[in-house]
Design a binder for this molecule. Structure first.
Ligand code: GGG
Length: 355
């Protein structure tokens, strides 16, 4: 199989973790006889620095022409510490999602057997965690307008907007995944307070009737946040709006040992993007200490979702599990033992695939 991949390392630790994911990807292609071509482009703070635009037209063209996009992370303290900055790196991420029609962000949350004993939570709780969070990605408060400040600068506002159509397509997608899994769907909202959440619930309750094999439950986001930590094994597929999904999956990453463990696939209309759920971790940039596993697992999702090559994804996951079992982990996972660098972990996983 021949594949064109757009590579967008982004900011902070992005280049380091993406380099390791690419090494693993190339090893997989060599092993299974695939041909990979990849082209790199700018997104985020590095793109603003280069051309004043966090998602340049050339980057968009490249993504549109590619079979898949492998993306690192976005964000820079240079902009965080400057609230009056007119352009922010995160706008690059939002523009990319909107222009590529990436309305669904799929975030599998699974605990690796090899890591369970290292988890900060009780092993009887985290064992068996295998849920999939489907986060709506191109609507809600991240995109709603108006957004801004009053003239006297003393009031700020964001607007949460959802249309019936946006909710319908994501809820149908969630049911599609639930049908392929344990046939349980949790719709997470804040319908006791938010108007948009009441529309979510109304739409989901209508769609529910079309999937009688799936058990559907409705849960307020505060309750979901609690139950996720208390009893993660009770969840199968969770579908929710943009901001709730962002927050709940960062929370869920704790169950898997580290924020550096969770991959994601963004799918939709034109192409698909694979990226770790974490951000650019600027404090670690250039130090070769960040965990590359979330990005390597995102490459596994790329083989499965973009190229329909499940065995390739499975081998990457097996290699990751073996690296953890062997104790070849970065500092976020090494509770007491020896710590390995980003490149050492990546090389170990690459070698495992090669052998
Ligand atoms: N790899 C994901 C990333 O760079 N996240 C940074 C960020 O600002 N994320 C916000 C979001 O996912 O909506």
């Amino acid at each position: 199989m021949k594949m064109n991949i757009a590579v967008l390392p982004g900011d902070g630790i992005g280049p380091e973790i993406v380099a390791q994911a690419l090494n693993v990807t190339e090893a997989i292609c060599k092993k299974f006889g695939h041909e990979l071509t990849y082209k790199q482009a700018l997104v985020g703070a590095c793109a603003i620095d280069e051309c004043g635009n966090p998602y340049p037209d050339e980057t968009h063209e490249l993504c549109m022409q590619s079979d898949a996009v492998l993306f690192g992370a976005i964000g820079s303290p240079k902009y965080d510490n400057n609230p009056s900055a007119k352009i922010r790196p995160e706008q690059g991420l939002l523009s990319m999602r909107k222009k590529l029609g990436l309305y669904a962000n799929i975030r599998p949350v699974t605990t690796f057997e090899s890591l369970i004993h290292k988890s900060p939570l009780r092993t009887d709780i985290v064992k068996g965690t295998d849920l999939m969070c489907i986060r709506e990605l191109t609507g809600g408060i991240y995109f709603g307008r108006p957004q801004g400040r009053s003239e006297d600068n003393n009031t700020a506002y964001d607007t949460c907007v959802y249309t019936r159509e946006e909710i319908e397509r994501i809820v149908h997608l969630a049911y599609k995944y639930a049908m392929q899994r344990r046939k349980k769907l949790t719709v997470v909202d804040k319908a006791n307070v938010l108007c948009t959440s009441r529309l979510w619930r109304e739409v989901a309750q209508k769609i529910e009737k079309q999937y009688p094999e799936v058990t559907t439950e409705y849960m307020f986001v505060d309750n979901a946040a609690m139950q996720l930590i208390q009893w993660p094994g009770r969840f199968d597929v969770v579908v929710t709006e943009n901001m709730f999904g962002d927050i709940l999956t960062d929370e869920a990453s704790v169950i898997t040992g580290s924020l550096g463990m969770l991959p994601s696939a963004s799918v939709g209309i034109y192409t698909s993007v694979f990226e770790p759920i974490h951000g650019s971790y600027p404090q670690a940039a250039g130090k070769n200490i960040a965990n590359p596993i979330a990005t390597i697992l995102s490459a596994a999702l790329m083989f499965e979702y973009a190229f329909n090559l499940p065995n390739e994804g499975k081998l990457i996951r097996k290699a990751v599990d073996a690296s953890i079992e062997a104790g070849i982990v970065t500092e976020d996972l090494a509770k007491d033992g020896k710590t390995y660098s980003t490149s050492e972990v990546g090389e170990w996983i690459t070698n495992y695939v090669n052998n």
